[in-house]
Write a protein that binds this ligand. Sequence first.
Ligand SMILES: Nc1ncnc2c1ncn2[C@@H]1O[C@H](COP(=O)(O)OP(=O)(O)OP(=O)(O)O)[C@@H](O)[C@H]1O
Ligand SMILES: [Mg+2]
Length: 228
Amino acid sequence: MSKNKFIAYENVFDESTLRGLFNLSGQGYFDNIEGPISTGKESNVFTVQYKNEKRVVKIYRTSANFKKMYEYMKPDPRFSGMKGTKLSIIYTWAKKEYRNLLRAREKNVHVPMPYTVHKNILVMEYFDAPLLLYKAPKNPQDFYERLISELQKLFCAGLVHADISEYNILNDKEKPVLIDFSHALDLKYPHVQRLLQRDVHNLVVYFKKLGLKLDEEKEFMRIWTVKN
Ligand SMILES: Nc1ncnc2c1ncn2[C@@H]1O[C@H](COP(=O)(O)OP(=O)(O)OP(=O)(O)O)[C@@H](O)[C@H]1O
Ligand SMILES: [Mg+2]
C-alpha cells in the first residue's frame, strides 16, 4: 500500500489499526484500500484491491462496546476463562469471527473465505452481491430452501449464527451467502436453542411476507434435529 493511500486514512483509524493495515498489506494480503462499503455498529467494512480482485477488510472499532462482546463470549467454551483488557476482548471478537467463518467453510457453508485476522482487522473474500434486504429473491421458496440447507450445514459444523436476518444474508445471483459471524456460537453455549429459534423466527417473518406458508416450530426442528 502506498504511503499516500495510507495517509488518506489517518483520520479514520487509530494509530494501531493503521499500523495493522500497513503490516497486512506488507504481507501481501491486499494492495490498496479502495473505500468503505459499510459503517456498522461495531465495525467499518472496506473493499481492498488484491491483484485483479477485490477483498473485504472488516475493522472492529477499538471504541466498540467491548462489555457486550465480553458478555456474549463468556459462556462460549472456546473463549471461556478469557479475561483481559478492552483491546484484547475486541481482538478476540475479531478472531472469533475468523474462526467461525473457517469452521463454516470446512462444512461447505456458503460464507466468505476468511484469509487472515490481525488484531481488530479481518481480511476475507468479497462477494459482489447485495444484501437480501435490498434484493428480494425471484423465487422465495427456492431461496428459502437453500437457506435452510446452509443453516443445517452450519449446525452440523457445531455453530448457530445467532444474528440471522435479511441484513446478514447476501443475495448472490439467487443463492444465499451468510455473513457477519462474530456472534455465531458453539452448540455448547447454554442459550443456543433460543438463539436458533430467533434466527428461524427472523427468516420465517421475512419469507411469510413474500408469500410462503411456514410453521415456525416445524422449520426450527428441521435444523435442530438434523443429522450429520
Ligand atoms: N464478504 C463480504 N462481501 C461483500 N459485502 C460484505 C462482506 N462482508 C460484509 N459486507 C457488507 O458490509 C456490511 C457490514 O458487514 P457485517 O454485517 O459483517 O458487519 P456489521 O453488521 O457492521 O457488524 P457489526 O454489527 O458486528 O458491527 C454488510 O451488510 C455487507 O453489506
Ligand atoms: Mg451485519
